[in-house]
Structure formats: structure tokens, C-alpha cells
Design a protein around this ligand. Structure first.
Ligand SMILES: [Fe+2]
Length: 385
């Protein structure tokens, strides 16, 4: 379908249709010809021309993004399927049964379809429903979800993105063979326990190599076998260094750590997104490939979904949708507290792009006891280590 949209709504993946107005900049352009917006660079270039609205072809590219609230129910349904499928997959591995790849492929496609309509609904729903008992399953789904956005940020092909997402959903499958007393142990491991813990990456590889069609160098298997390798060579199981680590596993390393830091576990509260971002940034060059940092930050957002922020109007809010590619510092938020008056306010969703208000900073963690009881679900408060 041909649609006219505001230039502000143009996003990567859309297919632009050249109309008469473009002739002022591109004299020879063929009217009606199409251009797929491949990446942010191209998006920034096309939006730098002073056009209020543009025409897109939704049969050849993405349609308008729907809001998080419009996508929420679908995202919840798909998250449920994904969680059930990962749970069943883990049970099948324990029972020595084959992994149902049709089911894995199907849930990965469902997640992808939700992200194409809105990139943040799935993560937002996941933050809200996540419980400590379901950590392993939701961690796999979350890493897979973020890997799709990451791959798209990097301009990967749909085939690569799909394989990376499948690898991510199975990346910790080897943990099903880790003794539970080690897997769920609060605090640090002894050396011996850590050696046992490390074997899960090898076990994940062995499990995935049993899947017909997957080989040791398949994208899916590389994600699983190398997601704990570190850029400086200090990771495991093989101590691979730099680009000897598959790019897909380098991506998984970022997302695996970010999700693990921000998740609540039986032995610790999840860190705030702000603190987790600080830790990840400081690991770029040692733990992580520094060339991928900007893609990671674009994937997570300047103000990630679930962040607690203080607005210029001194209202405290939860980020429910990242800012668009063109307005990354203007997320959609849910306000719930007045920091000046120290009292709750009526919860209200605000698209900051449509107001004069803006994010001043991440909200002060020192004050979280004040906000805590009034916050919507899915906010990350803890700022410990
Ligand atoms: Fe792992």
C-alpha cells in the first residue's frame, strides 16, 4: 500500500517512494522509483532534506510503527509461546528427545513480527512479567529479542538475523546439564564450581550440533559456543581473542551480560539500566568488541525501556518506549511521581516528542524509596553491584 507519512515517522526498513517533491534535490530521479532505507545513515541523509511528509510503499518495506500499548497484547501472547517453547525444549533435552526446530523457528518469527510493528513492546512486557523462577527461560527469550534489533541496527540480512535469534534462544541450553546447586548458587563460585559452570557453553554446542542441518560453524551454534568468549581473550571455553570470536557471538556477549545484570535473580536484585550501561561501556575493549558499542547502545536506547528518568518538569517517569531513530533522546514515558512535591501524580503516558518536556537525567536512586510504592511494574530501581 502507498502511504503518505510525516518525515518524523520515517524509520529504517521502510521503502521510500520518490515523488515530484524530490526533484528539487535529485533532478534525474524517476518518479515512482523506490529506495529501501537500509540503515540509520541513510535515514539521516533522507530526512536531512526539508520535506514535511514522504510517501512509502508498505508492500516493499515496513509500515508505520504502532504504539507499545497497541502491540502489548500480541507481544504478551508471543512471549507466552516463546517461554513455553523454551521450557519444553529444555525438558526435551533432559529427556534425550530431539529439539523441535519448527517450534523454535516459529516463536523466533513471532518475536520478529512483533518487533517489526514496535521494537519495544516485547522487552517492555518481558520486564513486567519476569520472575526469578523463570530467569533461564526469559533470559533466553530476551537475548534473542534484543539480538534481532541489534542485527537490524547493523544492517544484517533477514536470514542472518533469524539464525542469530535462534542461536540466542538456545545459547544457554547447556545449563540444563549444570547441577542446580551450582546454577542457582547465591554469590561467587569456588574455582571448582566455576569450572563446572563454564562447561555449559560446550554443552550448548553439543546439544545444538545434534540438530539436523546445524554444524560447528553455523551462526546458531557459534552464538551458543562462543557467547562467553571475551574480546581480550580472557573468556571461556577457548580463550578466543578479537575477531577470532564470531561477530554473532560478540553481539550475544553484550546482550547476555546486559540482560543478566538487569534481571532479578534469587540471590540479587536486578541493576538499574543506568548502572548496567555504565558497566557495559567500561567493558568495551576488554570484555566486548568496542566497534559494536554504538550498535549496542542504539539497540538498548539512550534511555532504555524500563529506565527510571527525571523530566525537566520534575516529574519521575518510567520509559516505556525508546525515542525514534530520529529523536533518540525523546522516549515515550509513563509519569507517576512529582519530585518537587514529593507525591504521586496520576499515571499518564506521554510521548516527549509531542511536548516541551524532556528527560533531564536518569532518576536519582537515592530517592527510590520515595517513588517505589507508586511506580508502574517493570521499573529497575536497584543500583548495587
Ligand atoms: Fe551463558
Amino acid at each position: 500500500m502507498i502511504k503518505k507519512i510525516s518525515i518524523n515517522d520515517l524509520r529504517t526498513g521502510m521503502c521510500l517512494v520518490f515523488t515530484e517533491e524530490w526533484r528539487q534535490w535529485f533532478k534525474d530521479v524517476k518518479i515512482g522509483s523506490r529506495l529501501k532505507i537500509k540503515d540509520r545513515q541513510m535515514l539521516n541523509r533522507m530526512t536531512s532534506f526539508n520535506l514535511g511528509s514522504v510517501t512509502i510503499d508498505t508492500d516493499r518495506g515496513l509500515d508505520m510503527r504502532v504504539s507499545v500499548s497497541e502491540e502489548r497484547e500480541k507481544a504478551k501472547e508471543f512471549l507466552g509461546h516463546a517461554k513455553d517453547t523454551v521450557t519444553e525444549t529444555m525438558n526435551n533435552i533432559v529427556d534425550g528427545k530431539a529439539i523441535d526446530m519448527d517450534a523454535i523457528n516459529s516463536v523466533t518469527r513471532e518475536i520478529n513480527s512483533s518487533l517489526l510493528r514496535n521494537e519495544d513492546a516485547m522487552i517492555s512486557v518481558c520486564n513486567e512479567v519476569r520472575s526469578v523462577d523463570e530467569y533461564l527461560y526469559l533470559h533466553c527469550v530476551n537475548v534473542s529479542t534484543m539480538s534481532i534489533t541489534f542485527g537490524r541496527e547493523m544492517g544484517m540480512s533477514e536470514d542472518e538475523i533469524h539464525k542469530m535469534a535462534v542461536g540466542s534462544i538456545l545459547h544457554d541450553s547447556g545449563k540444563i546439564r549444570t547441577p542446580p546447586e551450582i546454577l542457582h548458587k547465591p554469590g561467587g563460585f569456588t574455582n571448582d564450581e566455576f569450572e563446572i559452570m563454564k562447561t555449559h557453553a560446550i554443552d550448548s554446542r553439543k546439544i545444538m550440533e545434534q540438530i539436523p542441518g546445524l554444524l560447528i560453524d553455523s551462526i546458531e551454534v557459534l552464538v551458543a559456543s562462543q557467547h562467553h568468549e571475551k574480546f581480550d581473550g580472557s573468556g571461556y571455553p577457548r580463550g578466543l581473542k578479537g575477531d577470532a570470536i564470531s561477530i554473532y557471538a560478540q553481539i550475544a556477549a553484550y546482550l547476555d551480560v546486559y540482560d543478566a545484570l538487569t534481571a532479578d535473580r534469587c540471590y540479587k536484585k536486578g541493576m538499574s539500566t543506568f548502572k548496567a550501561l555504565q558497566i557495559i561501556k567500561s567493558g568495551a575493549g576488554t570484555h566486548f568488541n568496542p566497534r559494536l558499542l554504538s550498535y549496542f547502545l542504539n539497540t538498548i536506547g539512550v534511555f532504555p525501556v524500563g529506565s527510571l528518568v527525571l523530566l525537566k518538569s520534575k516529574r519521575v517517569a518510567k520509559v516505556i518506549e525508546r525515542g525514534s531513530e530520529l529523536h533518540i533522546t525523546k522516549p515515550r514515558v509513563q509519569v507517576f511521581y512529582d519530585d518537587n512535591k514529593n507525591c504521586p501524580v496520576m499515571q499518564e503516558e506521554i510521548a516527549l516528542i509531542e511536548t516541551d518536556d524532556e528527560v533531564e537525567c536518569f532518576a536519582s536512586i537515592d530517592k527510590y524509596e520515595n517513588y517505589k510504592n507508586y511506580a508502574p511494574s517493570g521499573v529497575k530501581f536497584y543500583d548495587g553491584t
